[in-house]
Design a protein around this ligand. Structure first.
Ligand code: PLP
Length: 380
């Protein structure tokens, strides 16, 4: 199988698998227990926290809290920051469904405003400024879009939020491990991650929460309990957390890895665009993740294409993994493109395990699938 669905989930690194197995065996105690087994588990937990904090440039930030996944981190951020002082919630139209649904849950209590993106998927910073100027806001923005890979100008968005006293949460789930960034450099108040997106194990999310004076007011945790500094209750998933820290340690090689992936991505794009007349890459002119291709395949239903590709040995996606319900991508439509066009879009996402041979074979298989699939008359 040529696995080109790394924005859905990634293969854990061999050293991660080993560390998770080792932690399962070694740390039998609960990190909250006072006996020596508990103390050893607590030590491993805190050491993993230091590694993750350091890996994302958050050493002097505030709380680094472990959750079960990106979705939980995002919902926790909403829950913690939506205090009485916040009058409105602001998200972009191209957010992941985890953010859109979290925002929807609070809609009855506070108005929800949307910031549009351009036809290249780029955030409209003027509209963001207009919205945050209106009243005290909680803003949640995606750093790197999961479908197109388009990278938002988060530092500029952070500067706008700070100017108007708005709280900024960054959904960095897709960015982590696919581009280098430091939370210290992003002017945000919170950020969410998910280890399974960067070759760590499933079952470990991270939420960074910055403490900066009056801007930090704790609302209600999503899960009550004494763990994680009282911000996330429940016994920590220590083996997954230890594995996540090992995955973060591999980031020291990230620059070389991302350069190699970008070259493979460019090669795949060139071959696909050449093989399929009228095809296009969404967000091609924008600053993008090095691994992601949102590929418009004219007159072909993407669900049908993904099925054919799977049969031929290529794993790809018709959009976000979480939206396999069949609805055309809201991200592509947010870029001003039609529902028909969104239905003809396939996402290919590469990883450090992708090879040149994979790319050559995948391009041929996609071209074959395209030429043998039925034509959709209305899709343009
Ligand atoms: N945010 C983005 C941008 C994502 O791509 C995803 C998952 O695809 C999530 C949030 C949710 O993360 P998780 O699957 O760990 O809950």
């Amino acid at each position: 199988m040529i696995y080109l669905d790394n924005n859905a989930t990634t293969q854990p690194l061999p050293e991660v698998i080993e560390a998770v197995g080792d932690a399962l065996q070694r740390f039998s105690g609960n990190p909250s227990s006072p006996h020596s087994a508990g103390v050893a588990a607590r030590r491993a937990l805190e050491s993993a926290r230091d590694v993750v904090s350091h890996g994302f440039g958050a050493d002097d930030w505030g709380d680094v809290m472990f959750t079960s996944c990106g979705t939980e981190s995002i919902n926790t951020a909403f829950s913690l920051f939506l205090t009485r002082d916040i009058a409105q919630v602001i998200v972009s139209t191209a957010e992941h469904s985890a953010v859109l649904r979290a925002a929807d849950r609070w809609r009855d209590l506070r108005p929800l405003r949307h910031v549009p993106v351009s036809s290249d998927g780029v955030l409209d910073l003027d509209k963001l400024a207009e919205h945050v100027a209106a009243s005290p806001s909680f803003v949640s923005l995606v750093l790197a879009n999961n479908e197109t890979g388009v990278i938002a100008e988060i530092a500029a968005a952070g500067e706008i939020c700070r100017r108007f006293g708005a709280i900024l949460h960054v959904d960095a789930v897709q960015a982590a491990g696919k581009m280098a960034f430091s939370l210290a450099a992003l002017d945000c108040d919170a950020a969410s991650l998910s280890a399974h997106k960067f070759h760590g194990p499933r079952g470990c999310g991270v939420l960074f929460v910055r403490r900066r004076g009056s801007r930090f007011a704790v609302g209600r945790p999503l899960l009550s309990g004494h763990q994680e500094n009282g911000l996330r209750g429940g016994t920590e998933n220590l083996p997954a957390i230890v594995g996540a820290a090992v995955a973060v340690e591999s980031f020291c090689e990230l620059h070389g890895i991302t350069q190699r992936i970008a070259a493979l991505r460019d090669g795949l794009e060139t071959q696909l665009l050449r093989a399929i007349a009228g095809s296009e890459v969404h967000g091609a002119r924008a600053n993008r993740l090095p691994n992601t291709i949102s590929f418009f395949c004219p007159y072909r239903d993407s669900a049908e294409m993904v099925r054919r590709l799977d049969q031929a040995g290529v794993a790809a996606s018709a959009g976000a993994a979480c939206s396999t319900g069949g609805a055309p991508s809201h991200v592509i439509q947010a870029m001003g493109l039609s529902a028909e066009r969104a239905s003809c879009t396939i996402r290919f996402s590469l990883s450090r395990f992708t090879t040149t041979a994979d790319v050559t074979a995948a391009a041929r298989i996609v071209a074959d699938a395209y030429h043998s699939a039925l034509t959709l008359p209305r899709c343009a």
